[in-house]
Design a protein around this ligand. Structure first.
Ligand code: GLC
Length: 437
């Protein structure tokens, strides 16, 4: 069994740590400007101008079943959909605001269709819910609000009552966790409590006291006790969420040093929401490396798609998902139910290791394909059998060293040399599956 013990969680993270790989979905009115989900902030767009998107939002090609099929095919075991992003627009039929998808030409509860479709494909379902809300009349203007540069921003804030907004959040979260069946993840986003000397006190950021995070978390756990909650309410909960960044070691608790349950969230390109004109799309090798780099240090990867305003995943997103589908079809055994390899196994140069939770299988991911041999120090006497994972073809190996005439042969009992075909198999990252004695 794995020797790694993570910090105890209130939510059920057992399935989560087994499944490893999920789909993030950033979808909202911002798919119409199609130039980043923060567009209202970036261009300080007025509500009046932004309401044009509300007026014409009509995802007539939305087919949640197709999204779910694509996610499952890509090897993703769970999904997290934006039910409301910073723009404040609700993708579900809430009774607490008219600023919702059922009041647009869409005329349907988009979250409901997502939950039903993804559950039908056997995926766990999660909700992203933005703590930030640039549309709500009681959400106070601060340093990241689209109205931050208005000359009368201070005056606009008078009369705004954040207590009314936090009650609105609790009411909506109650709807989300009551009306759509079992929800597996509640993904809040995000807190920015640090004081910024460049701004007056009234424009400072927001943290747990502004959100009334304790009450919000209590509300969530009272309705869905098993749910996993992320750490962005300015209170640590079940999972840590490094974003657009690849940790190099297993994420630890800042105070206690305990290993924690963590999930890296990343985009296929630069933007979370659909961005028509950006070109920073990651290569197939980067996509697969990111998944392996995450699981090899005990983490989950949440890869994001930004559907178009018509409701479908564009070709670039479909191509990226196909890269995962192709690799996971043959190699998912090195991901599901796997975690960081035991300390006795030190990854040879150019490789990443994962190990099955039961300790019986070691996976050597050939991030850099070596020439002829892969020498693995410390594996001597421990290998029962080895094969390429993708096609189950045997990998021959010798113990004790390799005769290569370059030095007097010295017996090295700890060394195993795997003999590899000189031409890299047609797999983005080939994997050697080692059955341990
Ligand atoms: C950041 C972005 C936000 C996105 C989130 C996903 O908070 O500002 O737009 O939804 O990351 O983790």
């Amino acid at each position: 069994m794995s020797s790694y013990k993570t910090k105890k969680t209130l939510g059920n993270t057992e399935w989560f740590e087994h499944d490893r790989f999920g789909m993030f979905i950033h979808w909202g009115l911002y798919a119409m400007p199609a130039r980043n989900e923060w567009i209202k902030h970036i261009e300080c767009i007025t509500d009046e101008k932004y309401d044009k998107y509300f007026k014409y939002f009509n995802p007539d090609l939305y087919d949640a079943k197709e999204w779910a099929r694509r996610a499952k095919e890509a090897g993703m075991k769970y999904a997290v959909l934006t039910t409301k992003h910073h723009e404040g627009f609700c993708m579900f039929d809430t009774k607490y605001t008219d600023y919702k998808c059922t009041n647009t030409p869409a005329g349907r509860d988009l979250v409901k269709e997502y939950v039903e479709a993804f559950r039908a494909e056997g995926l766990k379902v999660g909700f992203y819910y933005s703590l930030i809300d640039w549309h709500h009349p009681d959400f106070t203007i601060d340093a990241i609000h689209p109205r931050r540069y208005d000359k009368d921003a201070f005056e606009q804030n008078q009369g705004r009552d954040m207590k009314k907004y936090t009650e609105y959040m609790r009411n909506q979260v109650t709807e989300l966790l009551t009306n759509y069946g079992k929800i597996d993840i509640m993904w809040f986003d995000f807190s920015y409590p640090n004081k910024d000397p460049n701004y007056p006190d009234w424009m400072q950021g927001k943290g747990k006291d502004d959100w009334e995070s304790e009450k919000l978390i209590e509300t969530v756990r009272a309705i869905q006790p098993d749910i996993i909650i992320d750490n962005r309410c300015d209170l640590e909960q079940d999972i840590w969420t490094p974003e657009q960044y690849q940790p190099l070691t297993w994420v630890k608790h800042a105070e206690t040093g305990e290993l924690v349950t963590w999930e890296a969230c990343q985009t296929f390109s630069g933007s979370w929401g659909y961005h028509r004109d950006e070109s920073t799309w990651k290569s197939p090798k980067m996509l697969i490396d990111m998944l392996i780099n995450t699981v090899c240090i005990g983490g989950n990867l949440l890869m994001n798609v930004g559907p178009t305003a018509r409701g479908y995943l564009d070709k670039r997103a479909e191509n990226a998902l196909s890269v995962y589908a192709e690799w996971m079809k043959y190699n998912s055994r090195s991901i599901y139910g796997c975690t960081m390899a035991e300390p006795e196994f030190v990854a040879p140069r150019g490789t990443r290791l994962t190990q099955s939770e039961d300790g019986k299988r070691l996976y050597i991911h050939l991030i850099e394909y070596p020439y002829a041999f892969l020498e693995f120090q410390g594996l001597g006497g421990k290998v029962d059998y080895a094969q390429f994972l993708h096609d189950g073809s045997e990998i021959l190996y010798t113990e004790g060293g390799v005769d290569h005439f370059s030095e007097a042969r010295t017996q090295n009992d700890g060394l195993v040399a795997f003999k590899l075909p000189p031409v890299k198999p047609d797999v983005v990252v080939p994997v050697i599956e080692v059955f341990l004695k």
